[in-house]
Design a protein around this ligand. Structure first.
Ligand code: F6R
Length: 616
């Protein structure tokens, strides 16, 4: 989703602006642009396509100056064109603005502006903000820095929707203003320069100290000092200076061809990291200091709601099986986008876990806020522990997966699964789960990184199968119990990066309609580990084979039934049943990855997708 990068105080801002945009590429975008103040004029360059195209444009028509703001755009209002790319100018052409978010009442605001004689150059909702703030500034006889902050306050009070914005003005020299509500923005505070960015990853190496702006904050930077105000005009809470996270630093691809492949292979390590210091063998339980709740308080809970979007929602669905079986507490899962508008009965005995890799997903954030409003206990499960969801939750659990650059989520998904398993263990141990059962769960969890490492050894086998089936026009994925959500996730990964239609469903649903799709050209990927429902899965495979459907089965080492029945068999290390979803996930991630590579798709930046979905 859109990315913002800006700086003030350096003589030449371009190197930072372009490098910063490059580091935000993972968020997903379709055009890019930059504006700098040079002399007393603002100069803008824009291009459709990647940051490399913008670099080329800037090389052909060089820019120099400070302050500067830049942007990667993920189209929401208006097509992917240079006109619609940011920065946008106000009516005077003296103010330039970049925006991440959506102005929901932009139509109404635009009509009012047109009524007052404004002419628009783009179809974007963002340009409305530039015109409104520019107009309010021009109407103020002072025309100084406080006048710009005042113009932002006046305008932003009338904006419905979400925004992170950055502004420079040709009449104000060394001055950069920014504001946020619903979309992330972080300030980098250096000795002789200051920075802003949508993600701290863009700031690494340029500053050590950062401030995560809060919703409704307005920042005024002059290169030497900064000041925080709020949209309402009330005093801003004192800023918290933090050291830039070390994890923001590991952003290379290493020996791997793609970030996604690297991140798939990091999973033994990220799972270890997620469990580190959280398993207590003596008490046979798990501990999360960030929940800030005693066992007594957690024992009073009557219900758990897990909410999130996309891949994270699939982790939540898997968590429902894991937590209910370990802790015997009812768990509900809801898409955050549905939950936020559903009038779900919630009370103080309900705990809502807002799950999000980025911690910035607009729907999940709204679901969290709605739950809070209704009195639920709210917790965040996020990879970015400085994100808005982390900060707004009453307690939380960090995934510790490190930065995930590949747009398709992989390592953060299995980290979510392991966190939910540990949560089930912890809640189970303060209820009915015995000490010996708890110990067994811990021992099993401790074996997980090694099981995942051994599963990764199937890489070449999977690559061969992927190449063979890459021309497929439709894939079906199925599984039962906790492997049913893994089938959904496998289908989502396949769609996201290969663009091949893929559907996931519970194996038993085959007979209830999906069987109509079975033919010689439609492969079914069946998750059939050695578990209580193995025989049921075999019956489903028989039904598919009876209709000549190709079957790619994921089973357990030593299984001969699958080998004799299926076209392709991938046998994985024997594992406790509750760990089979992890191992199947690895295979499905690799299957999607190698299929995408065989098709020549852009694995790390699939079309139309954004890493952090900060608009509704
Ligand atoms: C899929 C993917 C998305 C995200 C979804 C939620 O590979 O990445 O489906 O899972 O947009 O994102 P987070 O977890 O950041 O809230």
């Amino acid at each position: 989703m859109c990315g913002i990068v800006g700086t003030i105080g350096k003589k030449d801002t371009l190197p930072f602006l372009l490098e910063g945009l490059g580091r935000l590429e993972y968020r997903g975008y379709d055009s890019a642009g930059v504006a700098v103040l040079s002399g007393n004029e603002i100069h803008i360059r824009k291009s459709v396509g990647g940051v490399s195209q913008l670099v080329q444009t800037v090389n052909e028509q060089p820019l120099r100056g400070s302050p500067g703001i830049s942007h990667t755009r993920w189209a929401t209002h208006g097509e992917v064109t240079e006109e619609n790319a940011h920065p946008h100018l106000d009516a005077s052409g003296r103010l330039a603005l970049v925006h991440n978010g959506v102005v929901e009442n932009h139509k109404h605001l635009r009509e009012e502006l047109i009524g007052r004689g404004h002419v628009f150059r783009s179809q974007t909702d963002t340009e409305v903000l530039a015109h409104l703030i520019g107009e309010a500034f021009d109407q103020n006889s002072e025309r100084n820095r406080p006048a710009l902050i005042h113009a932002m306050q006046e305008t932003l009070r009338h904006v419905r929707g979400t925004y992170a914005i950055a502004i420079i003005h040709a009449d104000l020299g060394e001055f950069l203003a920014a504001a946020r509500s619903g979309s992330p923005l972080v300030l980098g505070i250096g000795k002789d320069a200051q920075f802003i960015a949508s993600d701290a990853v863009a700031l690494d190496g340029w500053v050590d100290d950062v401030i995560y702006m809060k919703d409704q904050d307005i920042a005024a930077l002059d290169g030497e000092s900064f000041h925080l105000a709020t949209v309402s005009g009330s005093a801003a809470s004192p800023p918290k200076l933090r050291k830039i996270e070390l994890e923001a630093r590991a952003t290379g691809k290493g020996r791997f061809a793609h970030h996604m492949l690297k991140e798939i292979h990091e999973q033994p390590e990220t799972l270890r990291e997620a469990m580190k210091g959280r398993l207590d063998l003596e008490e046979a339980t798990a501990r999360f200091t960030g929940l800030h709740r005693s066992n007594e308080q957690l024992r009073d809970l009557k219900r758990i709601i897990l909410t999130g979007c996309g891949t994270t929602f699939h982790a939540a669905l898997t968590g429902e099986y894991l937590i209910e079986s370990l802790a015997r507490i009812p768990v509900e899962c809801d898409y955050a986008s549905e939950f936020r508008y559903r009038n779900a009965p919630i009370d103080p005995e309900t705990a809502v876990f807002a799950m999000s890799q980025s911690g910035e997903t607009a729907d999940t954030l709204a679901a969290l806020r709605e739950s809070k409003r209704k009195g639920a206990l709210t917790f965040g499960i996020c990879n970015n522990v400085f994100s808005t969801i982390s900060r707004e939750s009453e307690g939380g659990i960090g995934l510790r997966a490190g930065v995930e650059i590949g747009v398709a989520a992989t390592k953060t998904f299995t980290s979510e699964l392991v966190i939910l398993s540990m949560l089930g263990l912890m809640l189970g141990r303060i209820r009915d789960l015995s000490h010996s059962d708890g110990e067994e769960v811990i021992e099993n969890l401790q074996s997980l990184p090694d099981l995942v490492a051994r599963t990764l050894e199937c890489n070449d086998l999977i690559a061969g199968i992927a190449a063979k089936y890459s021309k497929t026009r439709n894939f079906l994925f199925m599984g039962r119990q906790a492997n049913f959500p893994i089938a959904l996730e496998g289908a989502l990964k396949m769609k996201e990066i290969t663009y091949i239609p893929a559907t996931g469903y519970p194996s038993a649903e085959l007979k209830h309609g999906v069987i109509a799709l079975i033919n010689e050209e439609t492969p079914s990927i069946v998750l059939a580990p050695q578990d209580d429902v193995f025989e049921k899965n075999i019956s489903n495979i028989e039904e598919i084979k009876a209709r000549r459907g190709p079957v790619i089965a994921l089973g357990t080492h030593g299984d001969s039934t699958l080998r004799s029945l299926c076209d392709e068999t991938i046998l994985l290390p024997a594992a406790p049943v509750f760990l089979t979803p992890f191992l199947n996930t690895i295979v499905l991630q690799l299957l999607a990855y190698h299929t995408a590579v065989a098709l020549g798709c852009n694995v790390d930046k699939p079309r139309n997708l954004a890493k952090s979905v900060t608009v509704e």
